[in-house]
Design a binder for this molecule. Structure first.
Ligand code: GRF
Length: 203
């Protein structure tokens, strides 16, 4: 397949372990994703995702500490957004970012922010979606890649993978199985965007 000359310039935003970031970086290294990571940023300077990015020689950025748990102050989000723009980011990937994204980022990256969520949206929005699925007693759950807008986990869906819920699943075992699916789905969707096989809504 012939690729566009320019690689897709990615920014990654995460608050945790960064296993989805690692899946993206590994797919790039294997030549399966026509993209480059311009910056990995976090709201928490001690987040393992930043250490992992530094180990790989990537540019990183940590926001100054926020007074809030679930969002950033507008000035912190504006600063973060400026850093990502300066780094040359075209598409921003939320990979376990634990804050609600507001106008500063949504305006700088209009229709260019995507998120990975651990359920088959619109089912089980919000936190610990795998636990919500277990409590609901469903036999199939999964993961979703979607465009981010002001709604909670409600933007246009770009791709989904089903994951079975097994009889003896614990929250941990189910989350692990969902994450394995996430690590495949997210790089696949990004590759479709990078190679022009998926056009993002509104762009
Ligand atoms: C993933 O399960 C993702 O669905 C959710 O946050 C988790 C991030 O995990 N949004 P990791 O930091 O990529 O390992």
């Amino acid at each position: 397949m012939s690729y566009p000359q320019q690689k897709l310039k990615l920014g990654i935003l995460g608050s945790g372990r960064g296993s989805n970031f690692i899946a993206i970086a590994d797919a790039i290294e294997r030549g399966e994703l026509h993209a480059e990571i311009m910056c990995v940023a976090s709201d928490l300077k001690e987040a393992p995702i930043l250490a992992e990015a530094q180990k790989r020689g990537l540019a990183t950025y940590a926001c100054s500490p926020s007074r809030f748990k679930t969002k950033l102050e507008p000035e912190l989000e504006r600063e973060l957004s400026q850093k990502l723009v300066q780094a040359g980011v075209e598409l921003l990937v939320l990979a376990g970012f634990m804050r609600v994204v507001k106008e500063p980022l949504l305006e700088s990256f209009k229709n260019r922010i995507i998120n990975i969520h651990p359920s088959l949206l619109p089912a089980f929005k919000g936190l610990r979606a795998w636990e919500q699925a277990l409590h609901a007693g469903v036999s199939v759950t999964g993961c979703t890649v979607h465009l981010v807008d002001l709604s909670l986990d409600g933007g246009p869906i770009l791709g989904q993978t089903e994951v079975p819920v097994l009889k003896n699943d614990t929250p941990f075992s189910l989350h692990q199985r969902i994450q394995e699916a996430e690590h495949k789905l997210l790089p696949q969707i990004l590759q479709k965007i990078a190679t022009g096989r998926m056009i993002l809504p509104g762009s």
